[in-house]
Design a protein around this ligand. Structure first.
Ligand code: MTE
Ligand code: CO
Length: 421
């Protein structure tokens, strides 16, 4: 019995040595780590001893080696952490689904920690029968699953006057895409019965900001959800546990978290968040109000300033695209700052008002590049360049910046946020 085993080990060792030689060669002369005790042909530490038993990780976390995959904040951006934002590390992710623990957070008054037993959703105003729902009541109603992106209207808001923040996490990280489970808002409204003059809905949060927004009734009846799950598990506290409003394709601000009240009315309420905030000041001094829909947008997530190119040769360029008006139809990539465009490969599912993942494979041999991506949605809308956007919107805006992003690739593979037209 020993003979074949030995032979197998010997040939395996030969093969592994060959493989290690290849790896060393492809690492372009980089020396192998001094401490190679865990590298082939040695038997690694983790193969020599039993691992941790099951049950130690009642709710699992990523590997300790992935600790850089984290939300980040920008300390100078906001005065307090309670009214602030953390950003999704887009450069570390792939596919279309954002892991729950990495979804960016935007709160106006911190995270409300709601005891689900004390949770109530009030529905009143221009209805035949005002209703009060417990969480259990909501869970008993017919439910649906929908994958949608949520983008804060202020995403890329720092970039209106030129390239500012060096990292896709900061320029574009106020977006996430998860699967929601919840009750269509229409079901609740039908239970309450709408008066004939009902036209708008006020959605209000149970956080200290009691953040509230007016939403046209037509949208509420069309596709809004009163959601309690994300990616299968209950909503995270920072995403509105136990219940948030899902408003597909519309700016993140109307997706009220910790949802406590829905009031039906015949006109908008003109709350703070739809007058002094979340309106777009134009060059002529007038402000756009109720810019609900998020325009089509895309960004290359890798390479990007936080994910530089480490090797020459075959290179995968990857990014995300989304539109508040429907499905993404096509994404183009340019290597030369928008002079030439090639169609990227979309891989994975393409859902209505959800992120899509695109790839563009190329050979990179150290030449400087100006990387851009451009999204097109099923309405025919094409993501504009920054100059084209500024022609329409001026430079006084904060919200709804969907201009084309440019990353300059340097000969050493480092990446910088720059602007070309
Ligand atoms: N809802 C309440 N109650 N309070 C808030 O501060 N922030 C809004 C919206 N809903 C907010 C809220 C804003 S501006 C955005 S962009 C989204 O929630 C962010 O959702 P997220 O934290 O799940 O990413
Ligand atoms: Co927002």
């Amino acid at each position: 019995m020993t003979e074949p085993t030995d032979k197998t080990q010997a040939s395996r060792r030969r093969f592994l040595t060959g493989a290690a030689g290849l790896a060393a060669a492809s690492a372009s002369g980089r020396a192998l780590a001094d401490n190679a005790k865990n590298l082939p042909p040695n038997v690694a530490d983790w193969t020599r001893a039993l691992g941790e038993g099951v049950g130690q990780r009642a709710y699992g976390n990523p590997s300790k080696y992935e600790k850089d995959v984290a939300r980040r904040t920008v300390s100078w951006l906001t005065a307090t952490p309670e009214s602030s934002v953390s950003f999704t590390p887009l450069h570390t992710l792939d596919g279309i689904i954002t892991p729950n623990g990495l979804c960016f957070e935007r709160h106006h008054s911190g995270i409300a920690e709601i005891d689900p037993n004390d949770y109530r959703l009030m529905l009143h105003g221009l209805v035949d029968k005002p209703l009060l729902f417990t969480l259990e009541d909501l869970k008993r109603l017919p439910r649906v699953n929908r994958i949608h992106f949520l983008e804060c209207a202020a995403n890329s808001g720092m970039e209106w006057r030129g390239a500012q923040l060096n990292g896709v996490q900061y320029t574009h990280g106020m977006v996430h895409c998860v699967q929601y489970t919840g009750v269509p808002l229409k079901v609740l409204l039908e239970q309450a019965g709408l008066k004939s003059n009902a036209k708008w809905i006020l959605a209000e949060g149970g956080d200290a900001a009691a953040m509230n927004r007016s939403i046209p009734l037509a949208k509420a009846l069309d596709d809004c959800l009163v959601a309690y799950r994300m990616n299968g598990e209950m909503l995270r506290p920072e995403q509105g546990y136990p219940v948030r409003l899902v408003v597909p394709g519309w700016e993140g601000n109307v997706w009220v978290k910790w949802l406590r009240r829905l009031k039906v009315g015949d006109q908008p309420w003109y709350t703070r968040e739809e007058t002094s905030k979340y309106t777009d000041l134009l060059e002529n001094g007038k402000a756009r109000k109720f810019t609900f829909e998020m325009d089509a947008k895309s960004v290359i997530t890798s390479p990007s300033p936080q994910a530089p190119l480490k090797q020459k040769g075959f290179t995968v360029i990857s990014g995300l695209a989304w539109s508040g008006r429907g499905k993404i139809k096509r994404v183009d990539v340019s290597l030369d700052g928008g002079r030439n465009w090639r169609t990227a490969r979309i891989d994975g599912p393409v859902f209505d008002r959800a992120c899509v993942r695109f790839y563009f494979e190329t050979e990179w041999n150290g030449e400087p590049l100006l990387l851009q991506s451009r999204a097109m949605d099923e309405t025919g809308y094409v993501q504009p360049g920054k100059d084209a956007l500024r022609k329409i919107r001026g430079v006084n805006s904060i919200y709804h910046n969907n201009g084309i992003q440019t990353w300059a690739i340097k000969p050493d593979g480092e990446v910088e946020n720059v602007e070309v037209g």
